[in-house]
Design a protein around this ligand. Sequence first.
Ligand SMILES: CC(C)(COP(=O)(O)OP(=O)(O)OC[C@H]1O[C@@H](n2cnc3c(N)ncnc32)[C@H](O)[C@@H]1OP(=O)(O)O)[C@@H](O)C(=O)NCCC(=O)NCCS
Length: 188
Amino acid sequence: MAVYASANTPVGIAAIRDLGSEDLDAILDFWYTSGDDFLDFLGIDRSRLGTAEDTRQRFSRAIWKGDPNQQNIAFAITLDDDFAGYTLLNRYTPETNYSHWHITNPLVRAAGLSTALYPHRMKTYFDLVPIERLIHQTRTRNVAVNRMLDKYVPIAETRYVEDPDGVALPGEFHLRYVRRKDIPRFFR
Ligand SMILES: CC(C)(COP(=O)(O)OP(=O)(O)OC[C@H]1O[C@@H](n2cnc3c(N)ncnc32)[C@H](O)[C@@H]1OP(=O)(O)O)[C@@H](O)C(=O)NCCC(=O)NCCS
């Protein structure tokens, strides 16, 4: 199982590695035991989320198979080798690609993992597959994710999105764009 990157954080060593089938239960716990208030805050469309079995199938399909044409690719986020969350890259065209990022273990949120891994996260996506642009589509009310992104990529647009990527309901989103040439800057 490939480890793509690691970074020091105040609470340990965070890393990005391939997702494995042994990680799927933690992802299902996140989606099906976090509670309605949490899913409402994220703005999740329950019909798009589907059943736990639907989600298991979606993430099984997203385990990296080494095919450069694979459309959905999931990676595990770890802290000192323990599963802490996941990220999912959804590819459509070279210019239209979205990623999702969740620290699924609430005990290690706001500890600096996402900030420390952000440059590595971008490098991992762009190194692995031939994408040219990544779009960050984040709900405006989610202060934490927006503060994390503000450190690296400015908001390009804020607008109502009727059909957001993934399992989200329509709503007000910030949009930010990352291109391949931006990546070296994130490491400086
Ligand atoms: C949102 C999320 C990705 C942020 O990742 P993280 O690893 O917790 O973030 P970091 O520790 O790197 O912190 C990033 C910034 O957000 C701030 N922050 C973190 N959690 C916060 C919270 N609950 N409320 C307000 N600010 C918060 C941090 O203080 C930091 O800003 P600062 O350096 O200016 O103080 C993560 O908390 C998470 O997965 N939450 C649940 C699911 C979710 O919201 N996913 C994103 C959907 S788009």
